[in-house]
Design a protein around this ligand. Sequence first.
Ligand code: N0T
Length: 536
Amino acid sequence: VTAGASPPWAALAAPPTLDHQGTAARLAVDGKPLLILGGELGNSSASSRAYMSKYWPKLKAMNLNTVLAPVSWELIEDTEGRFDFSSVDGLLADARAQDMHLVLLWFGAWKNSMSTYVPGWVKRDQARFPRVRSANGASVEILSAFSPAVRDADAKAFAALMGHLKTADAGHNTVLMVQVENEIGMLPVAREWGEAANAAWAEAVPDALVRLLREDKAKEPELRALWQAHGARTSGSWAEMFGDADSGQEVFTAWHYAQYADAITRAGKAAYPLPMYVNVALNRAGKAPGDYPSGGPLPHLIDVWKTGAPSLDLIAPDIYFPSFSDLAGRYHRADNPLFIPEANNVSAPEVPANAFYAIGDLDALGFSPFSIENAEAKSQAALTEAYSLLRQLTPAILKAQGLGRMAGFKPRVLEDGTVLDTPVTRTLGDYRFTVGFIDSWTPKAEQDTASHGGLIIQTGPEEYLIAGRGLIVTVAGATPDGPPLAGIDKAIEGTFDPQGRWVPGRTLNGDQTHQGRHIRLAPDQFQIQRVTLYRY
Ligand code: N0T
């Protein structure tokens, strides 16, 4: 070895990690930030390379840079202790052939609460791998979270997967992140019954959780309220501190699922420390734990999960409900970067607007509609266009993240689907933007305002990129030291070429800016405008 020669591994790109810029967390790959423009595959598609072969070109053409794909325990460890990673290697090769990244989803002990992805040798040995019992003693197809044998077998398989990725993906960084299990939570009851679960239920609430409440560090109002409703005790059993109703049982369930997920995550990271997260099956208002997956990392249980599973990097909501901005907002916390691993099946018209909003307003690490390979023509076209714009804007987005230079816009939608079209006002630099969602130039009946959305990025003292669809933007001065009114010096539509150079199109004026009164992004197409403002 010659002096000064670098060791063979020095040339390898550093594996993905999370870093920060200002208030934003970002995914960094070999030191460079990356924004995930993703899509998640249907559950069974990735189990066959042949089946997937016709879809990869479609995913590439939709402008995705990342595919979220399951890895099944049953496929990698069909026989105990004998690992077969051909399903994983096929995914790696096919993603690389399209120059795409992967987020892998570990379908281990639980997939949507049930234990159907576990290998046959686990399913069939119920003495060694105990199942949940309901209150009436009935067995269900859910492995017990209180069984060390279940946890250890799951952790061993997951660690084997991560160990394989460490070598198979070294220097490539095809895999960016890993999801641990899928939509964890107990059904159809609030908690497990059976000997081990009942014994744990009688134990004292762990110190870490007591401290969170006693030191007033719980951010979720529901958890605090439940604790206070039971006398704000600083010690006691689960029933004493949170009550023995479903709501108290759910806190207990959440804690034990979090501890289990933490053990799996630690085992995986010991083999290869990629960023890891759990995804969330959200609940509808008025439903009881057990109607929805009880004890999952739901909005009212984020604090329990953060405390019980500190090895997880983030908790990521699957958002299928219309109240996108409210739900996404709850998972955007200083201790929790936002990532949307599943957005309403790609056919919902508001999906592109939600992507702009999550990325523009909540510094999301990425966005990913579910069942992406099945997008039909119309939604495929809409997402293709939206991702094209977001791809062009990615350098500007990454530059602005976390620094107060970017805002996202879409109408707020309530849980019942009511769309609030009220304009939204935000200040960026010296200018205040009021963004309306009703396009005065299009018949009202033809407008689906829930599908209108976009973002504004400040790129200079008086220069902004405004992108999306269905927005009417008016501007005013925002600082007391200058004139109060603001006008358009120049508004130019255009695109960024693959090298990131601005390619101007029309200069917009006259009817296209309503004689200087506003910037308009029409509802029927996605567009980028580069706008220079002045004050008068
Ligand atoms: C998802 C998917 C897949 C307004 C369901 C979403 C995926 C799992 N669950 O197709 O099974 O693996 O994580 C729950 C969606 C709730 C529907 C709300 C309708």
